[in-house]
Design a protein around this ligand. Structure first.
Ligand SMILES: *[C@@H]1O[C@H](CO)[C@@H](O)[C@H](O)[C@H]1NC(C)=O
Ligand SMILES: *[C@@H]1O[C@H](CO)[C@@H](O)[C@H](O)[C@H]1NC(C)=O
Ligand SMILES: *[C@@H]1O[C@H](CO)[C@@H](O)[C@H](O)[C@H]1NC(C)=O
Ligand SMILES: *[C@@H]1O[C@H](CO)[C@@H](O)[C@H](O)[C@H]1NC(C)=O
Ligand SMILES: *[C@@H]1O[C@H](CO)[C@@H](O)[C@H](O)[C@H]1NC(C)=O
Ligand SMILES: *[C@@H]1O[C@H](CO)[C@@H](O)[C@H](O)[C@H]1NC(C)=O
Ligand SMILES: *[C@@H]1O[C@H](CO)[C@@H](O)[C@H](O)[C@H]1NC(C)=O
Ligand SMILES: *[C@@H]1O[C@H](CO)[C@@H](O)[C@H](O)[C@H]1NC(C)=O
Ligand SMILES: *[C@@H]1O[C@H](CO)[C@@H](O)[C@H](O)[C@H]1NC(C)=O
Ligand SMILES: *[C@@H]1O[C@H](CO)[C@@H](O)[C@H](O)[C@H]1NC(C)=O
Ligand SMILES: *[C@@H]1O[C@H](CO)[C@@H](O)[C@H](O)[C@H]1NC(C)=O
Ligand SMILES: CC(=O)N[C@H]1CO[C@H](CO)[C@@H](O)[C@@H]1O
Length: 846
């Protein structure tokens, strides 16, 4: 399978419920039974419809809804079985978080990290909605995104760019806006990868070169770190109504992500009261019965669970959750047949690629791009972060000689889609690699856009050198140019593809393609060198920041198909940059303190990644250790200046916090279970080879399971309580989707005045931070932000608020959020280190 795998490689089957440690390894406590859907929050109507639908189904039909038909057996990267009796077509699940993967006539949107850099929740919504529309019009039911895992524990994490930012509140806001956008378009969003999936190395068994026998790593985090950092954005996703969540490959406290009863049953389905369905990452299901009992609802890309150990109500609950997500986003109204096939670019091909069967038309080449190019260009320019500017920008348009330098300015010689899943770094970088990709419909390079601009201005000469070995030509042109635009990039991606020794995660934090040499050469000969960076995350730029001839630095991230146009809009001042860095720029990898684990550290056992830094990642760590970054989190310059003043904090009379209590209803059983004889293949059924069906070969369950371990005690362990369908306790921190509704009650309103004190219109991003006051709290932690457009001299009042969750800490003892006794301070400013306004929070007696 190798090359084509959406999320990689075949999992080695490992005993279901984690081996309880011989060696004092971190341990994940049991939590059973798996909570059944209640219809809480705004899920009542969808729940009702789902129950009605599922009540008509036979067991094999229910099983069809919950399992994939196998890799490359349908049109999409994941397909469930269908219900022909009811004309129900089954689900199409498709990558990616930035567009529709594996098809044509689609848009290549800016990456998640760029969306974050806009600090604009409205743009995040619009992007989500445009992506949702494209998926819908291609016939996709579930878009596999957005991403809050990885959150970004390590700056060199391979898939950080697919998500938003290492700040949980920020990522939570971007998740919620994106999910609403996707689902308002009538497509189910899938928040992934749940949870602690923070690196590519060792994410799966045997996934690292040279360590083929090493099991998947275990990410070990304590309860407070889970709640205050990694779970936080998933809580926002659940509260935003996300229809599905993808569990992750790696282990959490030595229990696999898709069979971890604590993270799935307890945190997600009980505490966060998640009403939708959990799908496995592709081949991340490490066992059958164990995963079902631990809360997995759908298995991808295809596997079977059928033998009577999973209680009926659990199978019903899986099917109800899946169908509720379907009705919640209006799939019954928006559904169209899938009109593309992921496994061929040709118009005609096999319907079942793996089996090479059912030849016919599979691609209809439907153009779903609409006018999304305009939005992509806008997000691209809004996401550019101006990191340094000695007055060199904006360009006046009167430059007599514009030099363009660096491979990253130009085209990939093989075309923008030359390398499958973007598995090379040739030419300009506008997307990382892996399953989080889409085909470019076109890619406007910086070289092309700048040349077009200079020509349209009719003012001068423009020369581009995009061969990074042509250093002497570069020196010659640089010494004559009036402005030198030099480009560099750094790529990263998913671990099933390795580029230049980078197995997904980056092996260093420097630039690729020999760009540092190019920058050195150009800046030695040109006293007006402007550096443009297309990087998947932070790179080391302290030398360039200090260089007198480098007069400006821009980070343009991974901007998607309109890359060059978005850049030109900012370079020439048609758009005033307002992006802010969604991560911290350190001076060396050690500054972050949380490197990728690249070597096994537990003998032949699962590598143990202890999140001993707790909640201190990114700026929280720099602040705690007084490390001066090159550019701090939240930083970004403008062509104008702003002033923020008049901070005003007012307590609201919020009602006291009441822990949720009481019991759930009993698990409903939606009937129609008879004997194994009803579950055997119908007579004369013609099977597609290697296709996963919901039926079994015979009533001999042992033989039909095909599992030599069937019935063995070691393989038949049913955790205590796992089959109990009686009413269950509601957790104090739970009670509604996203957690106890009291957590989202506003406790303080906050206002500040933002004024444009310069000569040109521009956007400023006021940022609200809090210090919760305890010795183990971060110096400051982001709580809210907005992007505000202002004409010269104009001022606006920014209104924001703090909720109970915003002023609370997680208390592992009471298993709830509490407002600590420590005095709390709020700050407002325009970066994590420029916080001129400050106020003590009046204390609440809870
Ligand atoms: C992992 O173990 C830590 C320490 O015992 C505990 O606080 C945390 O809740 C556990 N997490 C999971 C998912 O089991
Ligand atoms: C059970 O399933 C059969 C189809 O096999 C259907 O005809 C029947 O109506 C179902 N029974 C109930 C109670 O839904
Ligand atoms: C399950 O789905 C497959 C593939 O779509 C279909 O052939 C089969 O008839 C379905 N089985 C049932 C019981 O509906
Ligand atoms: C389809 O075309 C794209 C772009 O040319 C290419 O990257 C991809 O590998 C092709 N897909 C298949 C299945 O051949
Ligand atoms: C798939 O089947 C077609 C005939 O339908 C045949 O021409 C082709 O060679 C087969 N492809 C493979 C990879 O077996
Ligand atoms: C860092 O990695 C990139 C990509 O593999 C490589 O081009 C570059 O030379 C490396 N930097 C250093 C200093 O080794
Ligand atoms: C800056 O550029 C000038 C040429 O304009 C060059 O003479 C000088 O050495 C450069 N300075 C540095 C520090 O490279
Ligand atoms: C760069 O050098 C030119 C002369 O070579 C000079 O006119 C110009 O002022 C210098 N610019 C900067 C920013 O130092
Ligand atoms: C950020 O705040 C500083 C003062 O704290 C101000 O000088 C600056 O203009 C503000 N805006 C930007 C975009 O830097
Ligand atoms: C079930 O029957 C099919 C078709 O005869 C066969 O290929 C398959 O191996 C059988 N499965 C098991 C588990 O015996
Ligand atoms: C189903 O499988 C489990 C685990 O392998 C086994 O303990 C149980 O007896 C089986 N149930 C039936 C009805 O065969
Ligand atoms: C033509 C070209 O530049 N090819 C390069 C594409 O990228 C790969 C890996 O990133 C290089 O090995 C090729 O030389």
């Amino acid at each position: 399978m190798g090359f084509w795998c959406s999320e990689v490689v075949i999992a080695v089957v490992i005993a279901a419920l984690s081996t309880v440690n011989a060696q004092n390894l971190a341990y994940s406590p049991p939590f059973y039974p798996s909570p059944w859907m209640s219809g809480n929050g705004d899920w009542a109507e969808a729940h009702e419809k789902a129950v009605q639908f599922v009540s008509q189904l036979t067991l094999p039909e229910k099983v069809n809804l919950t399992s994939g038909v196998g890799w490359m057996q349908g049109n999409c990267v994941g397909n469930t079985g269908s219900i022909p009796r009811l004309n129900f077509p089954g689900f199409c699940m498709q990558d990616s978080p930035l567009g529709v993967r594996f098809t044509d006539y689609v848009s290549a949107f800016p990456a998640g990290v760029n969306t974050a850099a806009t600090w604009d929740k409205r743009l995040a919504y619009q992007r989500g909605n445009a992506m949702g529309n494209e998926h819908r019009n291609k016939g996709v039911d579930v878009q596999l995104g957005p991403v809050a895992g990885p959150l970004g524990r390590s700056p060199d994490g391979g898939r950080d760019w697919e998500g938003f930012s290492p700040d949980p509140v920020f990522t939570g806001a971007m998740m919620a806006a994106t999910i609403k956008g996707i689902q308002d378009a009538g497509v189910i969003a899938c928040a992934k990868h749940y949870i602690l999936n923070e690196q590519e190395y060792f994410r799966q068994p045997g996934s690292v070169t040279g360590y083929e026998n090493i099991p998947a790593e275990s990410s070990n985090a304590d309860d407070k770190t889970l709640h205050e950092l990694y779970l936080w954005p998933f809580a926002d996703a659940v509260r935003a109504g996300v229809g599905s969540i993808m569990c992750s490959y790696e282990q959490i406290n030595n229990s696999y992500g898709c069979s971890n009863a604590y993270t799935l049953n307890k945190l997600l389905k009980s505490e966060l009261d998640f009403q939708g369905f959990v799908t496995s990452d592709w081949w991340a299901q490490q066992s059958g019965v164990g995963t079902a009992l631990a809360g997995l609802d759908m298995t991808m890309a295809g596997d079977t669970v059928l033998n009577g150990t999973v209680p009926e109500w659990r199978i019903d609950d899986m099917a109800v959750r899946i169908m509720a997500a379907y009705y919640k986003v209006g799939r019954d109204r928006y559904w169209i047949p899938t009109n593309f096939n992921s496994w061929t670019n040709s118009t005609f091909g096999p319907q079942h690629a793996l089996a090479n069967m059912s030849y016919g038309q599979v691609n209809y080449h439907v153009n779903v791009q609409a006018n999304h190019g305009e939005l992509i260009r806008q997000i691209g320019s809004s996401s550019i972060v101006l990191l340094k500017n000695n007055g060199a920008l904006p360009l006046t348009g009167h430059e007599v000689f514009t030099g363009i330098f660096g491979e990253d300015a130009g085209a990939n010689p093989g075309g923008p889609n030359a390398c499958a899943d973007r598995s090379c770094d040739n030419g300009t970088l506008a997307m990382g690699w892996g399953s989080g990709t889409a085909q470019f419909p076109y890619l406007i390079t910086p070289e092309e856009a700048i040349q077009t601009k200079v020509q349209s201005l009719g003012t001068g000469t423009v020369q581009a050198i995009t061969d990074n070995n042509a250093l002497s030509q570069m020196a010659e042109v640089a010494s004559r140019a009036s402005v030198c635009l030099v480009f560099g990039n750094a790529d990263s991606g998913e671990g099933y593809l390795t580029i230049d020794g980078n197995e997904g995660d980056r092996k260093n934090l420097t630039l690729w393609q020999g760009a540092d040499q190019v920058i050195e050469q150009v800046s030695a000969h040109c006293n007006n060198t402007i550096l443009v960076l297309h990087t998947a995350g932070p790179v080391i730029v302290s030398d360039w920041d200090n260089h007198p001839n480098i007069t400006a630095i821009l980070w343009a991230g991974l901007p998607g198909q309109e890359s060059g146009n978005s850049l030109v809009d900012v370079l020439y001042g048609d758009v005033n940059p307002g992006g802010k860095s969604p991560f911290t720029w350190g001076k060396k990898l050690e500054d972050w303190g949380t490197p990728i684990l690249t070597k096994p550290n537990n003998g032949a056992g699962a590598p143990q990644i202890d999140y001993s830094e707790g909640i201190f990642i990114d700026y929280r760590k720099f602040d705690r250790d007084n490390i001066t970054p090159t550019y701090e989190f939240g930083f970004g310059l403008s062509y104008t200046t702003f002033e923020i003043s008049d901070l005003c904090v007012e307590p609201i009379n919020a009602p006291p916090y009441v822990p949720s209590n009481g019991m759930t209803k009993a698990a409903p059983s939606l009937g129609n279970y008879t004997s194994p004889s009803d579950y055997v293949f119908p007579d004369g059924f013609s099977r597609i080879p290697e296709y996963v069906y919901p039926w079994i070969n015979s009533t001999d369950l042992k033989a039909s399971s095909g599992d030599p371990r069937y019935g063995l005690p070691s393989n038949s362990y049913i955790p205590p309580g796992a089959t109990d369908g009686s009413p269950q306790l509601i957790l104090g921190a739970g009670g509604a989707p996203g957690g106890n509704p009291g957590l989202y009650e506003e406790m303080y309103t906050i206002t500040a005045t933002v004024k444009n004190t310069g000569e040109v219109a521009g956007d400023e991003v006021p940022q609200l931070y809090i210090c919760l006051g305890a010795p183990d709290d971060p110096k400051v932690a982001l709580r809210d932000f907005d992007r505000i457009s202002l004409e010269p001299g104009e001022e606006k009042i920014w209104n924001t608020a703090l909720t109970r969750r915003d002023v609370s800490n997680w208390d592992p003892v009471t298993q709830n959020w509490v407002i600590s006794k420590y005095p709390k301070t709020v700050y407002v400013g325009n970066s994590s280190r420029k916080l001129p306004l400050k106020a003590e929070l009046p204390l609440y007696a809870d």
